[in-house]
Ligand binder design. Structure first.
Ligand SMILES: Cc1cc2nc3c(=O)[nH]c(=O)nc-3n(C[C@H](O)[C@H](O)[C@H](O)COP(=O)(O)OP(=O)(O)OC[C@H]3O[C@@H](n4cnc5c(N)ncnc54)[C@H](O)[C@@H]3O)c2cc1C
Length: 484
């Protein structure tokens, strides 16, 4: 089934508990802080359901249609097709919505390609996962995930001797029906708009902390579950032109808080296994499918950044200055690099696990590292090109509503190449990508969404063919004669 935007909005009104500070949000689709974001997600659902994109965004299996991000790929062509749908989805939001409906779907789809792994841990977990995969794709669910323990309290050892409550989400009880969860987990991006939250661990946890290893999925309106949102960037903002990105593309980040939340066994995919709670994502294509989407999304964002840099250079009448062209050339080279890294993942695809197709893992992790290393630098090049112009724009485009102010604004703020209103919109866009709270959040997002640099580089370390590399060195040394 392909869900419409309106159906998606209706699902957001399910009694979920979303907090903005002490305020309980009654309806995210009408609340000023979230309604524009809700519309953005609804538009994505309509976008992928549009008949003109039928074969680009969905596939048929046993007479039913599903969104392409749920496709378990068998061939290179499958991967290519799936990647095409990720690209269209990312371009539809300029790469600014990281956890769009195709991100966590990749995690579940990847796990569904190696359910034997889960069954090996406990009989029935693999079956649960497969049933959940079927349920999620059949209902075109939008999933978010909270797979990181709360910052600063990841290891009890650091806090040995402390007497505080342990806030890390864990199983506090279990019975014949299922498990009961209490504690918190960060940082469920997109939770405000999603249908369900996946709970698990993308970072390693100590074997003795096995109660924290719980891996499950629950509807957002599960009793005892609430989401504590950070400051939403859409509220208190004037007109769309003043903060064009904050206005529409704030995907939101929230801490997941569970207070005696019940999860039936049918929704449990791993329990009491600290060691494997992270490994399941690596020993199946889960991590790769999800982060392949992140790479595709970053490439789409680069298109916006490079285009904006060039337009700003033109608007500043610097478009022909050789030093500025060099900077633009550098940005264009960086954009092509990530494009190549994404294409390479398909070109060098892996027949792994046996019988399935997965984007090349080493290239995917390399791209993840590349994005993490370069995003701040890329934004800084854009910031340099913009100069101080965003701050020379009036606080709001509402000056256009006052005839006297408008007259002066149009005469003095316009340039031969750009009228005043368009110039304001250009620089407000640039500010929202480089200087606003929305921009600051994106800086953090690109640094941390896949974990810290230690975690991201550890993936490349693990996947590297060290024996091959050592063989090169050893072969060279072997051919160097011993001294006489
Ligand atoms: C905008 C945003 C969205 C997010 N969305 C999600 C989401 O959807 N789902 C989810 O589960 N999580 C999400 N996260 C959380 C993300 O996974 C974590 O932020 C990330 O794993 C880093 O953890 P931390 O923030 O606790 O930082 P920490 O692990 O506390 O690290 C803080 C700093 O210390 C450094 N550091 C840590 N350990 C070492 C070490 N051993 N040696 C040297 N330096 C070290 C790190 O490099 C980093 O610079 C999101 C985070 C952000 C910022």
């Amino acid at each position: 089934m392909l869900v419409s935007g309106q159906q998606k909005l209706d699902r957001m009104r399910d009694g979920r508990v979303i907090m903005i500070g002490a305020e309980r949000v009654e309806d995210v689709t009408t609340h000023p802080a979230f309604k524009n974001g809700a519309q953005t997600i609804a538009r994505l659902y309509d976008f992928k359901r549009d008949p003109s994109r039928r074969d680009l965004m969905s596939y048929e299996e046993d007479g039913e249609r599903f969104s392409l991000h749920w496709l378990r790929c068998r061939t290179r062509e499958d991967l290519q097709r799936r990647m095409g749908s990720l690209r269209l989805m990312a371009q539809a939001t300029y790469g600014l919505v990281g956890r769009s409906p195709d991100h966590v779907a990749g995690t579940v789809t990847g796990l569904a390609m190696n359910v034997a792994l889960l069954d090996k841990l406990r009989d029935g977990f693999g079956r649960n996962l497969l049933a959940y995969y079927e349920y999620a794709r059949k209902n075109d669910l939008y999933l978010t995930y909270a797979v990181t323990p709360p910052s600063g309290i990841k290891s009890k050892v650091i806090f040995a001797g402390e007497t505080r409550d342990d806030p890390v989400l864990r199983v506090v009880r279990e019975d014949a029906e299922g498990v009961v969860l209490s504690g918190m987990k960060m940082l469920a991006t997109g939770a405000v708009y999603a249908d369900e939250v996946w709970i698990g661990n993308l970072t390693a946890i100590a074997p003795e902390a096995s109660a924290q290893s719980i891996t499950c999925a629950i509807p957002l309106n599960t009793p005892g579950v609430s989401f504590w949102a950070r400051e939403p960037f859409g509220r208190h903002r004037g007109q769309e032109a003043d903060y064009p990105l904050s206005h529409r593309y704030d995907e939101t980040d929230s801490v997941l808080v569970c207070d005696e939340a019940k999860v039936p066994w049918s929704r449990v995919f791993l329990h009491d296994n600290g060691e494997y709670s992270r490994r399941i994502y690596i020993e199946s294509p889960a991590n790769c499918y999800a982060n392949h989407q992140s790479n595709v999304r970053f490439h789409a964002k680069m298109g916006l950044i490079v285009g904006l840099a060039s337009r700003v250079a033109e608007a500043n009448a610097l478009g022909k200055v050789p030093a500025v062209r060099e900077l633009l050339g550098r940005l264009a080279a960086l954009e092509a690099t990530i494009g190549g890294l994404v294409a390479g993942q398909i070109e060098a695809w892996e027949n792994w696990p046996e019988g399935w197709a997965t984007p090349n893992r080493r290239i995917m992790y390399a791209a993840l590292n590349w994005c993490q290393e370069h995003h701040s630098e890329i934004i800084d090049i854009l910031r340099t090109l913009i100069g101080g112009v965003p701050l020379q724009m009036p606080a709001s485009i509402d000056v256009m509503g006052d005839p006297a102010l408008r007259d002066r604004f149009e005469r003095w703020w316009g340039t031969p190449s750009l009228n005043a209103a368009r110039r304001l919109k250009l620089y407000k866009l640039a500010w929202d990508l480089t200087g606003s709270e929305f921009a600051g959040r994106h800086q953090l997002y690109e640094k941390f969404y896949a974990g810290t640099s230690q975690i991201v580089r550890n993936q490349s370390d693990r996947e590297a063919p060290w024996e091959l590399f050592h063989g090169i060195v050893d072969g060279l040394i072997d051919n160097v004669p011993d001294g006489v």
